[in-house]
Ligand binder design. Structure first.
Ligand code: KG4
Ligand code: ZN
Length: 337
């Protein structure tokens, strides 16, 4: 039987994306129109501006995804779009487009949880799909430590109590006048800095749970600011980046040990960070376990990961949801009691 072909749209924040996936790992196209430059001028994402740009970008992005995949719409079996979490007005653009397309073509439609998309992003080159592992999901809006059992079964072990890891990068970058998004700018400055020059807190490093907290770290940077010169910025960025990475790697490795796993995976925009990747590689090598990192193009928001979840739902014969509404505050299911 021919592999199922999924067409998916992602528009939860400031990236307009479309992708076509033919069976597990069979990514035919993944097109992303980023609005980062536009929102950079405002120091963060402006919802009204984001939804207007989604409206302008969506049709050309969809057309490009079809052109690159070299596939007619008639050959699409399943249609999907992100239903949440995200900005309501941004979600509605992609969701409405995809639902209308599914109705017009008479195909099943799935409204996808964006966070579940991130969770599947490290498995595009794994033929059997997602498998048992511990995963840190570190994005601009969320930070979670998750135990994955299979593509459609996982358990959230811990989340952030305040800022997400990416949010901390973005807020500290704004404090330092580095623009938006903050992660790449901080990484760049940190590459020439000394992480040991400033001592910054590692909140909840030894707490008896798998939760995180990054707002104290941001406050510590704010208190240091009046005492430093511009030439100190690389050292400050390196110290900040090191503190975030230390906590993420330490907690993830603790989950690996305590729950007896042999694979650690990482996903989300922050998992592009070169220092985080290096520290994860060192820690997993020392522990003799496998590290699975998403391709950098699939770490930040994209529609390929949304297609991947829709494919798994379709393969598992889960009911479609043609009338589904957007849910801006959708989360991952709560930790088991
Ligand atoms: O996954 P993503 O595209 O969006 C959400 O779902 O939130 O992640 C965006 C986040 C931003 O906070 C951005 O600053 C961060 O990922 N990021 C990075 C790097 N590249 C992007 N953080 C640290 N280092 C990077 N190189
Ligand atoms: Zn995301």
């Amino acid at each position: 039987m021919a592999a199922t072909t999924v067409f998916a749209i992602e528009s939860s924040c400031d990236e307009t994306a479309a992708a076509i996936l033919q069976g597990r790992g069979g990514l035919l196209s993944s097109v992303i129109a980023s609005q980062a430059d536009i929102h950079g001028r405002f120091g963060g994402v402006v919802p009204e501006v984001a939804s207007r740009n989604h409206l302008m970008n969506l049709q050309p992005v969809v057309q490009q995804a079809l052109n690159i995949a070299d596939i007619p719409l008639a050959k699409i079996d399943v249609i999907a779009a992100t239903r949440g979490p995200g900005l309501a007005s941004s979600l509605l653009v992609g969701l409405s487009f995809a639902k209308a397309l599914a109705a017009a073509l008479g195909r099943p439609f799935y409204g996808i949880n964006h966070l579940e998309g991130h969770l599947l992003s490290p498995f595009f080159s794994t033929p059997q799909g997602a498998h048992r592992c511990i995963q840190i999901l570190v994005s601009g809006g969320h930070t979670a430590l998750v135990e994955l059992h299979s593509p459609r079964s996982f358990r959230v072990l811990g989340t952030t109590r305040d800022d997400a890891a990416g949010e901390a990068f973005d807020k500290v970058a704004r404090l330092l006048g580095l623009g938006y998004p903050g992660g790449p700018a901080i990484q760049q400055l940190a590459s020439t800095g000394d992480p040991a020059r400033f001592e910054l807190p590692r909140s909840m490093l030894t707490s008896d749970n798998y939760d995180f907290s990054f707002s104290g770290l941001k406050t510590a940077v704010r208190y240091l600011l009046p005492k430093i010169k511009t030439s100190d910025l690389p050292d400050l960025c390196a110290a900040f980046q090191e503190a975030v990475c230390d906590v993420l790697v330490c907690k993830a490795m603790r989950a690996v040990r305590e729950l007896r796993h042999d694979t650690l995976a990482a996903s989300g925009g922050v998992s592009i960070n070169a220092r985080l990747r290096q520290k994860l590689a060192e820690a997993t090598k020392t522990a003799g376990i496998r590290l699975l990192l998403a391709d950098p193009a699939l770490c930040t928001d994209n529609a390929a990961m949304i297609a991947a979840v829709a494919l798994e739902r379709h393969l598992a014969s889960e009911p479609e949801d043609p009338a589904l509404d957007a849910d801006p505050s959708l989360g991952l299911p709560n930790p088991a009691p």
